[in-house]
Design a protein around this ligand. Structure first.
Ligand SMILES: [Cu+2]
Length: 177
């Protein structure tokens, strides 16, 4: 009996391992489409989680609805300071250049780092282990936007993900078609 019990336990463990491997395979595949989401409003912002690690973002794409209001939670699960800058390529370039000037200064961005308002985008700086919450009105556009980190060297290490524009549902109050 004891022998067969061990065998059963072994099979169970193998099953869990296979399931874990399958999950791992799914996570490394292309980003999957999310189910329809309701756009956030000023009264009820939609919550969006973004995790910064050393040196990547999770998830690897940010789904946003043009014009909605979100409550963005940026969580730093890494050991280094990170930031999330949301904007187009001009915004990303501006911050990359501005923050490169901080190389050699004490760790982290200094208050002196800034860019012209028209290329500022949204910037959320988060220290290791911290979470910063920001309410933000998403631009009403379909132009390409990127989420990037420009702490010196981080962009080049892969801290950049695209915004994927999605169509929100009209919600339960939608008029009948
Ligand atoms: Cu970073």
């Amino acid at each position: 009996m004891r022998g067969s019990g061990r065998l059963a336990a072994g099979r169970l463990a193998a099953g869990w391992l296979a399931a874990a491997l399958t999950l791992g395979a799914c996570q490394s595949a292309q980003p999957t489409a999310t189910p329809p989401i309701m756009p956030g409003t000023a009264a009820a912002p939609r919550e969006v989680n973004l995790i910064a690690k050393d040196y990547s973002f999770v998830p690897d794409v940010m789904d946003l609805i043009p014009g909605e209001v979100i409550l963005l939670h940026v969580i730093n699960g890494g050991l280094e300071i990170h930031e999330a800058i949301i904007g187009d390529m001009a915004v990303q370039d501006a911050w990359e250049v501005a923050e490169a000037a901080t190389v050699g200064a004490p760790p982290g961005p200094t208050p002196a780092v800034s860019v012209p308002p028209d290329v500022a985008g949204l910037r959320v700086v988060v220290r290791s282990g911290e979470r910063v919450d920001v309410t933000w009105t998403v631009p009403d556009t379909s132009a390409p936007l990127i989420v990037g980190c420009h702490i010196p060297g981080h962009w080049a290490k892969g801290m950049q993900i695209p915004v994927r524009w999605v169509a929100g549902t009209d919600g339960p109050s939608a008029p009948p078609a």
